[in-house]
Design a protein around this ligand. Sequence first.
Ligand SMILES: Nc1nc2c(c(=O)[nH]1)N[C@H]1C(S)=C(S)[C@@H](COP(=O)(O)OP(=O)(O)OC[C@H]3O[C@@H](n4cnc5c(=O)[nH]c(N)nc54)[C@H](O)[C@@H]3O)O[C@H]1N2
Ligand SMILES: Nc1nc2c(c(=O)[nH]1)N[C@H]1C(S)=C(S)[C@@H](COP(=O)(O)OP(=O)(O)OC[C@H]3O[C@@H](n4cnc5c(=O)[nH]c(N)nc54)[C@H](O)[C@@H]3O)O[C@H]1N2
Ligand code: SF4
Ligand SMILES: [Mo]
Length: 687
Amino acid sequence: MKKHTVCRLCSSCCPVEVEIIDNKLVSATRKSFVDQEKRLRCPRLNRAADIVYSPNRLTKPLIREKNTSTFKEASWDEALDLVVARFNRYKNEFGAESVAWLRGMAADWGAPWDYANRLMNVYGSPNTIGNGSICFVAREMAHTYTYGSMAYPEAAKAKCILVWGKHDRDTTMGVGDAIEHALENGAKLIVVDPIKTLIAERADIWLQIKPGHDGLLAMAMINEIIINDLYDTDFVENFSTGFDELKEVAGGFPAERIAGRIWLEPGLIKEAARLYATTKPACIVDGNGLDMQLDIFDSTRAVAFLRGLTGNIDTEGGDVLPQPVAVRDIQAQDSLPTDVEPVTADYPLFNTFNATWGKQVQSCVVDSILDEKPYPLKMVVVQSGNPVVTMADSTRTTQGFKKLDFLVVIDMFMTRTAELADVILPACSCFEKTQLNRASIRNNPVILQDQVIDPIGDSWPDWQIVFELGRRLGFEKEFPWRTAEAAIDYQLEPAGITVEMLRKSPNGLRVEDIMYEKHRKNGFATPSTKFEFSSQTLQENGFPQVPYGDGFINNPISFSDQNKFYPIYGISGARNNRFTNSQFRAIPSLLDNESGCVVDIHPVDAEKMRVGNGDKVNIETPKGSIQMEAKISQIVHQGSIRIAWGWGDYNPDCNLNSLTDDDRRNPITGTPSQRSFMCRVTKVQDL
Ligand SMILES: Nc1nc2c(c(=O)[nH]1)N[C@H]1C(S)=C(S)[C@@H](COP(=O)(O)OP(=O)(O)OC[C@H]3O[C@@H](n4cnc5c(=O)[nH]c(N)nc54)[C@H](O)[C@@H]3O)O[C@H]1N2
Ligand SMILES: Nc1nc2c(c(=O)[nH]1)N[C@H]1C(S)=C(S)[C@@H](COP(=O)(O)OP(=O)(O)OC[C@H]3O[C@@H](n4cnc5c(=O)[nH]c(N)nc54)[C@H](O)[C@@H]3O)O[C@H]1N2
Ligand code: SF4
Ligand SMILES: [Mo]
């Protein structure tokens, strides 16, 4: 039997068709507007059955035996009662704010994020915290400050595609399909990436940017477009504000002066600016290459400016602004006492830029535990995340989680984070639960992630865990729902959509047709109702109103002030299409014949280091060291290395975040430099 759902084995939320035989998931296929044989293949989806039925799945709640490293199996009643007792104890002893709920990316950002917020808000803690400071939420804030929400590229219809720090063919297959389609139809391609990726190889112009220096390039492109009158005068005059201020600041970034600082030729920067500005429609596919950088907010705003400057915002084949469906805000923020600040209080603009994103600076959780500022957290619930290996500075993060009084982990597998827990609650996979994903809430059409098989063992869907905890904490009224369907129907009521209707439209329910150039009628959802090249809100809060208005930061990546000792640029990459972040290395069919756990070193550097293919090298920063096999490769620029991402759970010796630092952060979004940092490389036998 065929069933429809949405895959959530990574954050891309691809609609899929699943083959079920005897109530078992046998195979799954990604849906796409392109023909089956042309679709990009996703190895994780192809191995969905191996993931779902893995013998390593957690199938029973586990409680740590007192003062040991062993766990005993428990009933849900026993485990939940223990968790609830701790929730109550810390609230009585230290106030509800001493408990935090930390969410990784795996259980989605839509309704599951709202449920966790609702629970913590009615309990009285302001500390529901996501990992958006290093994933896309900081980027979303930069978009929002410019034109009111996050734009998405309509790549399939574009004539020019500017891919900026994204690698969709491995990470976001739906957009990957769209890019392939556009290229087949003759679209031009510009890629900004320090690595010669598969998509960079095919670009008309590849800008092999120096890691972490994207802001300089974006400003140089803006300047080039302005001084050559390549900008859209109608848009700039009628729909934007702050153009003159931008023009002045961008004037300080001429391509000739900037190029040498970012490993590029001035001619290539000019050519890219001209191609992007003069080929219409053009879209920008921006990605995680911009995230996890110290100047994420300014660099992403500068990239976002290109969209307005060239009149490509909200146009067909350009970057389109979403048309969200009307949903009920179920976070119950009104229940929170107003006099308790969250542990993320140092980042007020990020905490509040969106009505429901809330707090996203996960580093503050560790600050609070270790430095007891603004107060100490005593208990943390980690849901669908593995912070011990995915957050910056793993040594410090581990210290923090070890210092906690009580740690609860909700996960499908035993992880390095779960190993530190007092209670582990076994979660269902994406195929075992019905869920309203963020992709659906934030834009048309709404597509239901629908349960297609029964839960494995005694695992529970995340929604059930949260609702049941809520009820046991005494919030029966706030958590009346016994099914996911009832909760989703309640949340979608303002849109007039029900789960039943969604099931009848498995390819998605569109509540309104796509509309372009909505600003002509409504303006933009910014304080000025204009596309904001300069922001008064930022100025009022002590930040430059135009990106880099007070100069470009001197040392934009970690440890660049110590480059005598750490002379090599380390790049965190690559996302491998077999794995999602730290996940799936326990799945033999995905791990077998896998050769991705390597560090790419340029041949010239390798010779200097006397390193050959397959040699083990030690990579070191002031924070720690890891060891990996070397791969001699031309895909990196001389002077930089690319370190494989996501191996820290499988093998702590390869934990990239043992190298990264959390000491310096973006002042607005709290983002540390997890993507780029200076390091030293030595052959292991030379040590
Ligand atoms: N140096 C460096 N650091 C990075 C990154 C990088 O590229 N380089 N990437 C960053 C980014 S963008 C992100 S988003 C973070 C990711 O950080 P995390 O979200 O911590 O990463 P994952 O490894 O994906 O961990 C997800 C966990 O959720 C579990 N899980 C999967 N599905 C479900 C579910 O439905 N319910 C529950 N309860 N659990 C589930 C998985 O088993 C896994 O243990 O890492 C960040 N850290
Ligand atoms: N297979 C797979 N798919 C995934 C995930 C996964 O772990 N595996 N994770 C999911 C998650 S949580 C996310 S956030 C998305 C992320 O998806 P993407 O945004 O595609 O993220 P990455 O592949 O990490 O990085 C994109 C590109 O940025 C480049 N890059 C590195 N440093 C820089 C830099 O300084 N400047 C520029 N311009 N580019 C740079 C890298 O070389 C890489 O090609 O993918 C999601 N999908
Ligand atoms: S890219 Fe693959 S793993 Fe990610 S949601 Fe799509 S099908 Fe699933
Ligand atoms: Mo992410």
